[in-house]
Design a protein around this ligand. Structure first.
Ligand code: TSJ
Length: 645
């Protein structure tokens, strides 16, 4: 009895606190939107859609929703429509308000109405709808429930119309439509492919659920229906098809387990590349920093390969084990777990922390892979051969590295002969220009400010980085000088503390050859020196395309639009326009003035926030199949205008 009373009091106190938040809560969201949605840039804008859609996906997870439609409307608003049960409209005892109203006006409300809530919630903590409401110029919710349709309107989080009935209906479900507040967001235009990728990912993760994406923003309205009965198996198929990767075995390896409060699902397939692509999810949230489920997967698969290899004498030397990297070379795998009390850790909350997931996933993966190996000997032979070949390459890389190190080519005491170093030492304020070709390299060396700018000209034959393993990098005359000049080492052993420059600037022509070298170097950094990219050290120089001269006035244009603008400004009479064909055409002073002088130049910082998307880009760009490459570039012209391969 005592215990009961105490519990009740406790609950009431929690609600008291929440009611105070009704008064202050949404104002707080508008004051510090970044705290709730991360940013007020395009990322934050798209986050609004995810927050709302996640509610419909929760309804699907609960087993009551089969269709979700996201519509981009031509007034700049978005709507999300589901065929679930409809948000409850009954009056909540604790607040005296309809449950639906509470969802949109109170932080820490939603999801759990009757104490139980959903089985595996998307981990939204239930604040999503109220946050979206607070950050919207206007928001409308329509609910179809018990044969009646209800509506409520809000503006910037304030109630404009109370929830009221508008008439009968013969469907059930919830429709939320909102217009992001331009007073809050720097950008209010949605990017179709960003939403498409996210919706497709969610359709893969929730087998059988149909998500439709409709774009009504232009005259040509498009409808895309995403619906995969194969779930994460279809995800693997999609990844390999998009990247035009050949597979080592036809059938995708798939297994799952479900207990009372935990579900694990794994799909995997080997391809003929050297790259690993492991995507892990917890409660449908992409865990880009991995965590216990990912660790369990890695442990399980490595142990399975080694035990199986031992049993059938595939591992020749008794003490030699395959490493994790060996068994995952060329592997694409999806691990999706669902659990009740997901703990997300780390700075970006993108790592699963629940410790019991490690052993659970490891045991499942180990047993199912052993079973698969025993049942599929010929496929297993091909897969195992690939892992053994990866192990041999790893051994070769180790030897090559030790040898290079013995020649001390990998430490900075013997820098590449062609490097023109700067006089200042250390990362602070220093930069290295990586330049293709001796003539541009010569101009850059003469034109630079030698105090803080180093120049490394590249020479020698190009290799396709996508077809290269680490062992070949150590003996490559084109790439090794880059590694040596940067000082960090590469692969697993990379050490950014040893980086010799703060900025690494790729300077290449604005033509086909230039874009090729740019893509090659970026791919190289992505595959072998990724921390340089993720820590934001890599930049692209922007050489001008045109030089415009009228009398003593000289201006430079970096694209067609600015050429036209400058032409208008100066007037066409007696205007001399030169198109630069390459960096080599510029004299050292011009190169300094237009491309290297920090006061005038434009640098593009290369940022990677989605490794899987970047992997796709590099695989397609560096792949040897031309049609997908052309199609990709046409589709993504906006992003890769400089990569006109
Ligand atoms: F929250 C929201 F506004 F963002 C939102 C919620 C937006 C959209 C587009 C859909 C939804 C939503 C909520 N779809 N379906 C539901 N379901 C419930 O809220 C619901 C219905 C019935 C019961 C029950 O226990 O009977 C419980 C819940 C949570």
């Amino acid at each position: 009895m005592e215990e009961n009373t105490e519990k009740k009091e406790h609950i009431e106190m929690v609600y008291d606190a929440e009611q105070i938040q009704v008064l202050e809560g949404l104002e707080a969201v508008r004051k510090r939107p970044g705290m709730y949605i991360g940013s007020t840039g395009t990322r934050g804008l798209h986050h609004l859609v995810y927050e709302i859609v996640d509610n419909s996906i929760d309804e699907a997870l609960a087993g009551y929703c089969n269709n979700i439609t996201v519509t981009l409307k031509n007034d700049g608003s978005v709507s999300v429509d589901d065929d679930g049960r409809g948000i409850p409209t009954g009056i909540q005892a604790t607040t005296g308000l309809p449950a639906a109203t509470v969802v949109f006006t109170m932080l820490h409300a939603g999801g759990k109405f009757d104490g139980e809530g959903y089985h595996f919630s998307g981990g939204l903590h239930g604040v999503g709808a109220a946050v979206v409401n607070a950050l919207s110029e206007w928001l409308v919710v329509e609910i179809h429930i018990n044969g009646r349709e209800y509506i409520q309107r809000f503006s910037r989080g304030d109630v404009v119309e109370e929830l009221h009935e508008v008439g009968p209906t013969n469907r059930t479900g919830t429709i939320v439509t909102w217009k992001a507040d331009a007073e809050i967001f720097e950008e209010t235009e949605y990017d179709y492919s960003t939403l498409e990728n996210r919706m497709r990912e969610q359709a893969f993760l929730n087998a059988g659920l149909q998500i439709s994406l409709i774009d009504q923003r232009t005259d040509e309205v498009t409808v895309e229906k995403m619906h995969y009965e194969g779930g994460i198996r279809s995800f693997i198929e999609h990844i390999h098809a998009r990247r035009s990767l050949g597979t080592i075995h036809d059938e995708i390896i798939y297994f799952n387990s479900s207990g009372d409060d935990k579900e694990v699902e794994v799909a995997m397939q080997y391809n003929d590349s050297y790259n690993e692509l492991l995507l892990t999810f917890a409660n449908n949230i992409h865990t880009s920093d991995g965590g216990t489920h990912e660790q369990g997967f890695k442990n399980g698969i490595t142990r399975a390969f080694n035990d199986y290899g031992r049993k059938y004498s595939l591992l020749k030397e008794a003490d030699k084990n395959l490493a994790g990297d060996d068994v995952r070379e060329g592997l694409t795998a999806i691990v999706s777990v669902k659990l009740n009390d997901a703990q997300f850790e780390g700075q970006t909350k993108a790592r699963l922390g629940n410790t019991d997931m490690r052993a659970l996933v490891e045991r499942l993966v180990y047993q199912k892979i052993i079973d698969y190996f025993e049942e599929n000997p010929s496929i297993t032979k091909a897969i195992y051969e690939k892992a053994l070949s990866a192990a041999r390459a790893r051994e070769a890389a180790k030897k090559a590295r030790d040898q290079t190190r013995r020649k001390s080519a990998l430490d900075s005491t013997s820098l590449p002969g062609k490097l023109a170093d700067c006089s200042e030492k250390g990362k602070e304020g220093t930069e290295i220009y990586i330049v293709e070709g001796d003539s541009a390299g010569g101009s850059a060396k003469t034109g630079r400010d030698r105090r803080f700018q180093a120049i490394l000209p590249l020479w020698g034959k190009m290799i396709n980085v996508e077809k290269t393993r680490l062992d070949k990098v150590y003996t490559n005359e084109k790439l090794l000088p880059v590694v040596t000049a940067l000082g960090t080492g590469l692969g697993d052993e990379i050490d950014l503390e040893k980086l010799r420059y703060g900025k690494i600037i790729i300077m290449a022509d604005a033509d086909v050859d230039g874009s090729h070298i740019r893509t090659l170097l970026l791919t190289f950094f992505f595959r072998f020196m990724r921390p340089l990219l993720t820590e934001g050290h890599i930049y692209l120089a922007q050489p001008p395309l045109y030089r415009l001269q009228k009398g003593n006035t000289i201006r430079y244009a970096y694209d067609e639009a600015s050429r036209e603008r400058i032409t208008q400004e100066l007037g066409e009479n007696n205007l001399k326009i030169n198109r630069y064909k390459g960096l080599g055409e510029m004299n050292p002073d011009q190169l300094w003035e237009t491309t290297m002088n920090p006061d005038n130049r434009t640098l593009i910082k290369v940022e990677i926030d989605d490794a899987a998307a970047a992997d796709e880009i590099f695989t397609i760009l560096m792949g040897d199949k031309v049609p997908p490459r052309r199609e990709f570039i046409e589709k993504n012209a906006r992003y890769v205008q400089n990569l006109d391969i």
